[in-house]
Design a protein. Structure first.
Length: 300
């Protein structure tokens, strides 16, 4: 019984951790700290945790020219650019809204895959994209959805991280990983991204001091740990159960992000937001790959 329940437990831990990062981001930027400095902390913590996992597993990191180019591409597509937009949007939007918007990743990913010839068009998945678009309309359309009219612009800023995550996934599917497992890839990307961003942060005056340890500082540290924990659990889950079961994490991340935001931030939402959440979850269900095609690709 324990063996059968373990994958569900790991799925819950990964999804809850990823969902928690959204309200934690809201807390971390409460005092308007520089975004680049916050991202550097996330990369530094990821470098230590994921790099340490590579050492414990006896798997090194190649740093030849080809590998470094790959790490940098993943760092920019998967962290530096999307996190900049994510931090910017979360500063202006309710965290629960951002939790719904981040579920757009597979809905952006599929059209990109179609354009690259990595996927074939299916009516079911096209319908999913349409439902995802309808969910966004529900958020930006009714006046009761957003607390302030000026926040509509930031809904579209909040969609940009999902777009870049979709680009990242398709880039990995197109290029491959040269035999590196996902933990190695993310460790290399975290280290490379930190090396690139550090001069910008320290020379540009964007450094973030986490002393003394108050709520925003603890949120910064927790963000890095949650990202590393969630990703490590996800990698184990894919290897143990396959990509189809692991894809269920999308629902856990979105749902837990909304619930964490209500619990930690006291957010409450209009009926239109709950309707958008339902449409988005249905959209993700339709866009998810079928078992055969999903098992054929190991996610990056």
């Amino acid at each position: 019984m324990t063996g059968r329940l373990l994958p569900f437990a790991v799925l819950g831990i990964a999804g809850l951790s990823w969902g928690l990062t959204i309200p934690l981001t809201k807390i971390a930027i409460a005092d308007a700290r520089p975004v680049f400095g916050l991202i550097l902390w996330q990369l530094a913590i990821g470098s230590v945790v994921l790099g340490g996992l590579c050492v414990l597993r006896g798997r090194g990191l190649p740093f030849d020219r080809r590998s470094v180019r790959f790490y940098l591409a993943i760092a920019f597509l998967g962290t530096l650019i999307p996190n900049y937009f994510s931090y910017t949007a979360v500063g202006q939007l309710p965290a629960g809204i951002m939790s719904i918007l981040i579920a757009m990743v597979p809905l952006f990913s599929m059209p990109i895959a179609l354009s690259l010839g990595l996927e074939r068009p299916e009516l079911r998945r096209i319908a999913g994209i349409a439902l995802g678009a309808a969910a966004v309309v529900l958020i930006v359309g009714p006046e009761a959805s957003l607390p302030e009219a000026g926040q509509v612009l930031f809904v579209f800023v909040g969609l940009l991280p999902a777009l870049f995550y979709g680009l990242e996934g398709n880039y990995i599917a197109w290029r491959g990983t040269d035999g590196l497992d996902p933990i190695q890839v993310l460790a290399g990307a975290s280290i490379s991204g930190a090396v690139v961003l550090a001069p910008v942060v320290f020379l540009g005056g964007f450094a973030v001091d986490i002393r003394p340890l108050g709520a925003p500082e603890l949120a910064i540290l927790a963000l890095g740990l949650c990202h590393a924990t969630a990703y490590s659990c996800y990698v184990w889950l894919v290897g143990r159960t396959g990509a189809v079961f692991a894809s269920l994490i999308s629902y856990v991340v979105t749902g837990s992000g909304v619930l964490w935001s209500m619990f930690l931030l006291g957010e409450r939402y209009a009926i239109w937001v709950w309707a958008a959440l339902g449409l988005m979850l249905l959209a993700v269900a339709l866009v998810q790959p079928r078992p055969r095609s999903a098992e054929a690709r190991a996610p990056g």
